[in-house]
Design a protein around this ligand. Structure first.
Ligand code: ZN
Length: 314
């Protein structure tokens, strides 16, 4: 099996889709919306990965579906798996077991036919407590990355970071653990800058300088709306680009689906068709995208469409 760096060198690499929203729809993940207002941007919402220990069969099944759709990389469901986020959801004491179980499940399904990436996202401390909490963030991110490394992930996907400052911390932790990292920022409420004020071009440059093997964007926008972000990043750096858009429509006034009233309980009303992912796959080479997958709202049908698009785009 080639490493992620070798795969990126040879062709477009097909990732997988979104886990938490899909497993929430299937009844295995808690959106938190019954207890608090989710989607305020203030570190709200549950969407934590305890399904890895509570309903392993459901997670195994979704991995199988993505593998069957052509994914060359399976992401272990360790998104929002820092002790900080798990603590607030009542699962802090299971931080080790959730992260380890998630990696083992992905490895078992991958069976050497796909690489396994550890997914690492923001802690939500920056949203809740501000930049002074970056030291605490570092401890939490370093802990999770150590758990993922011990469980044997092939590389990391650092994703859905809203603050470049926290992404920098995560990249430093990845480098300290000697794990290659794909790094993707998320932009809200508009695609012009991240929450701490940096443009997509500035983000791309900083992430590449800190050693990311691919840089890009994930979540929040549908492919069409994400394209300008990717083009701006392409102009700023020569490392491979990574894109994992969401499958939800956004608006001219709000480029971010988690800030729209439909999030999280009415997402069916803004679902993007899989045809848009087919087209995005066809465009991937022309747009210089090296790592291509989907985020929230993308099930295996979307990844199959993306895969077909990539094949047709050759
Ligand atoms: Zn997402």
């Amino acid at each position: 099996m080639n490493t992620i760096t070798e795969l990126l060198r040879s062709d477009v690499v097909l990732g997988d889709g979104g886990y938490l929203i899909e497993l929430e729809r299937r009844g295995y993940v808690d959106s938190g919306s019954g207890r608090e207002k989710v989607g305020t941007g203030r570190g709200s919402g549950q969407f934590t990965p305890e399904v890895a220990v509570e309903h392993p069969e459901a997670l195994r099944q979704l991995h199988r579906e993505f593998l069957g759709a052509g994914s060359q990389v399976l992401q272990a469901l360790t998104f929002f798996g820092t002790r900080e986020k798990l603590n607030r959801a009542g699962y802090g004491a299971q931080t080790e077991s959730i992260n380890t179980a998630a990696v083992k499940l992905a490895q078992e399904v991958a069976g050497g036919k796909a690489l396994v990436a550890g997914s690492v996202s923001r802690t939500q401390l920056t949203e809740r407590e501000g930049m002074e909490s970056l030291g605490k963030s570092r401890d939490h991110l370093a802990e999770q990355i150590r758990l993922l490394k011990d469980a044997g992930v092939d590389f990391l996907i650092l994703e859905t970071f809203f603050h470049l400052a926290e992404m920098k911390v995560a990249l430093e932790c990845a480098a300290a653990a000697s794990l290659p990292a794909v790094a993707t920022m998320s932009f809200r409420p508009l695609i012009s800058k991240c929450t701490d004020g940096y443009s997509p071009a500035e983000c791309a440059k900083v992430m590449a300088d800190l050693g990311a093997i691919a840089v890009g964007a994930n979540c929040e926008q549908d492919p069409q709306r994400m394209l300008p972000v990717l083009r701006e990043m392409r102009a700023a750096t020569s490392v491979p680009l990574a894109a994992q858009p969401a499958a939800f429509h956004t608006t001219e006034a709000c480029h971010s689906f988690t800030r729209l009233p439909a999030f999280p309980d009415d997402l069916e009303t803004i679902q993007v068709s899989r045809a848009e992912f087919l087209n995005f796959g066809r465009r991937a080479r022309a747009e210089g995208i090296g790592f291509l997958g989907g985020c929230c709202g993308c099930n295996a049908a979307y990844i199959r469409a993306l895969s077909r698009g990539v094949a047709e785009g050759k």
